[in-house]
Design a protein around this ligand. Structure first.
Ligand code: BTN
Length: 333
């Protein structure tokens, strides 16, 4: 497990040089300002280059060209406009599962808003014990620790508030083409909808009180079709495939963190009331007949709503019945 961490000098150097991209900044004045020797500054430049920054030393000057689209904590923090979400960032090259690591951190007292992010997961987990394909470089694999002062039966609504934050973020790129498939899937498309992101919410609670929630989010951002394993090719897509151009993962992530903070604050104050209109508008299921599998039980009905507790409301034989969890398949009408 390699953690992405820049040393302090490299970080301070970066802050200074990126303010003036493509300018020649004298090495001597930089080292004086940073309280370091020119050789130290050269070492710091090497460190930055090894993290993917395009930064050069030319004739005694340092020139900053560009930052990498890498999920490094320095990049994620740079210009991030949140107060709580992302206040601690644990960024890794490769982990088994960011949810596992976030759970460990939460159990050891990590504060609300801590995020764990990785370029790659070797055992990324999806719902129903499935695997979440998490190859390096193209996706976002993120887990967020929350500590809401709420009873555990509110957890499904937290998944819905996350889905809304995620849908708002993706809709910023693809207006009118983003859908929430209750409860945890984000789909994109016009007629044929394909999955582009998923949410895995894991809870530690006693009967009346949540200790912490870990919300895991996996997003297919810059995947090409051949980056998906054969079995999910027909049902998966990425933002890049829909947009026909690459997306900056750092920018997307920052937008998501801002939206998550907004939706979480709104949820703590108003429950799902403020988000409800958007929950309905994004829903790919409302108005459709579905089959809901929950363990061995299969329920059939027509979806009429998602209620303020985040439950799917089904009309079955003329009666409305809310359901908490399950896997939905739309019945062809
Ligand atoms: C699903 O659609 O089944 C949920 C997928 C959730 C995947 C994310 S990736 C980051 C976090 N870590 C994991 O191991 N899983 C979640």
């Amino acid at each position: 497990m390699t953690r992405y961490e820049l040393d302090t000098l490299a970080e301070e150097l970066l802050l200074r040089v990126r303010r003036k991209p493509a300018s020649f900044i004298p090495l001597t004045s930089l080292s004086r300002r940073l309280g370091a020797t020119p050789d130290d500054v050269k070492e710091a430049v090497k460190t930055l280059v090894s993290w993917g920054y395009r930064i050069r030393i030319r004739r005694g000057h340092v020139v900053f060209m560009s930052a990498p689209d890498a999920l490094i904590d320095t990049e994620i923090k740079y210009g991030l406009k949140t107060k709580v979400v992302g206040r601690q960032i644990h960024a890794y090259r490769s982990v088994k599962s960011t949810n596992d690591l976030a759970t460990q951190l939460a159990e050891n007292g990590a504060p609300e808003g801590t995020i764990v992010i990785a370029e790659q997961q070797t055992r990324g987990r999806g719902r129903f014990g499935r695997n979440w394909h998490s190859e390096p470089g193209n996706g976002i694999y993120l887990s967020l620790v929350l500590r809401p002062n709420l009873p555990p039966d509110k957890a499904p609504a937290l998944s819905i508030m996350t889905a809304v934050a995620l849908a708002d973020t993706l809709a910023g790129y693809l207006p009118d083409r983003v859908w929430i498939k209750w409860p945890n899937d984000l789909l994109i498309g016009r007629k044929r909808l394909r999955k582009t992101a998923g949410i895995l919410t894991e809870l530690s609670a006693e009967q009346k009180k949540i200790h912490h929630v870990v919300i895991g989010v996996g997003i297919n951002v810059n995947h090409g079709i051949d980056d998906f394993p054969e079995d999910i090719k027909p049902i998966a897509t990425s933002l890049r495939r829909a947009l026909r151009k690459k997306v900056s993962r750092v920018e997307l992530l920052q937008k998501l963190l801002v939206n998550l903070e907004r939706e979480y604050n709104s949820y703590l104050k108003h429950g799902l009331k403020k988000a409800h209109k958007r929950v309905r508008a994004y829903s790919s299921l409302i108005g459709h007949s579905i089959k809901l599998a929950s363990g061995k039980n299969i329920t059939e009905g027509k979806v009429v709503d998602i209620d303020l507790d985040g439950r799917l409301v089904l009309e079955i034989d003329g009666e409305c019945r809310p359901v908490i969890a399950g896997e939905v398949t739309v019945v062809k009408e």
